[in-house]
Design a binder for this molecule. Structure first.
Ligand code: NDP
Length: 511
């Protein structure tokens, strides 16, 4: 290995995580990895804390979480330092993205959890003599396994509905970015959340796999490959799992689109967080009549973007860790070799020291290239010309993924009709990525992009057992189907069957 390669791929120390700043490659922290015994103990401690927490009312839990929010606000600069040191993100994206989302989500869940988890009255269609309702109960200790691209949102942010539902939470953050969640949990404890209610267990992948062995539920965000392993392991214990996985999200630009809005949306939607967003615009299909105009607008806007260090006034930061940078390089090189044209970018930024890849626009791309089929997760915009909306839809659905998508057209009605034909968990019309910020709206994938939803009612009920209570209203001595059996009762049921269920009979009876 060359010296540079060794700097990028230092040998892994089995029991210590080394966190590096991707913008400068400096060593930021060395953190002991939690082993199996540590995971088991964390879950046991969480179980004790959960008993206390579950006995509190929603109002009490909400009050403590709001105090946690105050602590985040008061310590925003410290958090921004920590997040910047392990991701290199521009400060604007940290304050306006990571911290803003979590603060907003605390208020949302603190306010709405009680309504989402209220007892639900059920009216039986047949057994009218029964009063029925269902109730929600916390699962116990929820394990959250998160990725590195949003190390605060996808760890601490994910924990919020689980906590409001009455669970304890143990977070296994990515080995690449563990400090963000660790500092978040420290602030939560300082704000008065019960000790060990929200814990962080830094470690490599195996620490995550131990969490699957001990927690009562796993909420996983990450790659399809790891998600499959987590689901298989959880299946052995029959514990519930939700999987928020990767995407290859298409953007469709129709000939009647507002091209300025579409180009602005494309550049932001594809390049936000250096493209390291599960729902980022990963491939673009443009109807032929507006293709040239759209491409030139996108290229012009991309050329104006500024890339640099977190504290500078920049739009785009680095890739977060070396394998991600190498994947982007591989995809662009392969596309080039198969005939793609690089209109801008297409290389590491030679003027910056860390893992910076220049914002890139590619044309002449096809579905034979990885750049149009596999998740790139980088600052690359591959644009393809299509004959019409039908071809765009066919190509958009030609993917194992189905996280989000977007359609750009001035005809909003048609946009919504086409949206229903896209195989994705969410489709935006004349917008992109924004559905994540609408905490009321279910968010999650179809096909290989995942199982389960965050946000909305599903986003908190998934952290609960739903149980049903049935109460007899009449208090008769017996029921018609209870013992003893008799020929008369058999004959009665025999006569009832056609009366109740034979097509036409019920209507005749009702006149
Ligand atoms: P990975 O799947 O590599 O890792 C995710 C987490 O799982 C990490 O904490 C990782 O630890 C841990 N892990 C690794 N192996 C195991 C195992 N065997 N058992 C349990 N846990 C394990 O994903 P990335 O961190 O690379 O994240 C990027 C991916 O996340 C992309 O595909 C992206 O699309 C997806 N994502 C999806 C989102 C969604 O909402 N659908 C949102 C954001 C990202 P370690 O890091 O130590 O290896």
């Amino acid at each position: 290995m060359t010296e540079a390669a060794v700097a990028l791929h230092p040998p892994r120390k089995q029991d210590v995580i080394q966190v590096r700043n991707p913008a400068t490659l400096e060593l930021v922290a060395e953190i002991p990895a939690v082993d199996e015994a540590g995971v088991r103990e964390a879950v046991a401690r969480g179980r004790e804390a959960q008993a206390v927490w579950a006995a509190m009312t929603f109002t009490e839990r909400g009050r403590l979480l709001r105090r946690f929010r105050d602590a985040i606000v008061d310590h925003r600069d410290r958090l921004a330092e920590v997040i910047a040191a392990e991701t290199g993100k521009p400060r604007a994206d940290i304050y306006g993205g990571e911290l803003m989302y979590v603060c907003d989500a605390i208020g949302f869940w603190a306010k709405n959890a009680a309504a989402y988890l209220a007892d639900q009255k059920i009216t039986p269609h047949l057994l009218k003599t029964k009063r029925v309702y269902s109730t929600y109960h916390p699962l116990g200790v929820v394990g959250i396994i998160g990725p590195w691209n949003f190390p605060f949102i996808l760890t601490i942010g994910e924990a919020l509905p689980a906590l409001m539902a009455g669970n304890a939470v143990v977070i296994k953050p990515s080995e690449v970015t563990p400090r963000s969640a660790m500092v978040g949990a420290e602030l939560a404890a300082e704000a008065g959340l019960p000790e060990h209610l929200l814990q962080v267990i830094p470690g490599y992948g195996e620490t995550g796999s131990y969490l699957v062995d001990y927690a009562d539920m796993i909420c996983f965000t990450g790659s399809v490959e790891t998600g499959r392993k987590v689901a298989e392991r959880a299946a052995r214990r029959l514990i519930p799992v939700t999987l928020e996985l990767g995407g290859k999200d298409p953007m469709i630009v129709l000939r009647d689109a507002d091209l300025d809005r579409a180009a602005n949306g494309c550049v932001w939607g594809a390049l936000f967080n250096a493209g390291q967003v599960c729902m980022s615009v990963e491939r673009v299909y443009v109807e032929a009549p507006v293709y040239d105009a759209f491409v030139s607008k996108v290229v012009e806007k991309v050329r104006r973007l500024r890339q640099g260090l977190s504290h500078q006034d920049v739009d785009i930061g680095p890739m977060t860790f070396p394998p991600q940078l190498e994947k982007v390089e591989r995809h662009v090189q392969e596309a080039r070799a198969k005939g793609a044209t690089v209109l801008v970018g297409g290389r590491r930024n030679p003027n910056l020291p860390g893992l910076f890849y220049e914002p890139t626009v590619l044309t002449n791309v096809t579905h034979e290239m990885a750049i149009m089929r596999e998740e790139t997760f980088g600052p690359v915009i591959p644009i393809m010309k299509v004959a019409d909306a039908e071809e765009a839809l066919r190509l958009a659905n030609d993917s194992p993924y189905g996280l989000t998508a977007s359609i750009w057209t001035k005809d909003k009605e048609r946009g919504q009709v086409l949206a229903r034909r896209i195989e994705a968990g969410a489709v935006c019309v004349n917008d992109c990525l924004v559905n994540f910020a609408i905490t009321e709206a279910p968010m999650g994938g179809v096909k290989h992009s995942g199982i389960g939803r965050r946000h909305g009612a599903e986003g908190i009920r998934k952290f609960c057992q739903q149980r049903t209570v049935v109460v007899d209203r009449l208090a008769t001595k017996s029921e018609i189907n209870w013992y003893p059996s008799s020929p008369r009762r058999t004959a009665l049921f025999r006569r009832l069957l056609p009366l109740l269920y034979r097509s036409g009979w019920r209507n005749k009876l009702r006149g």
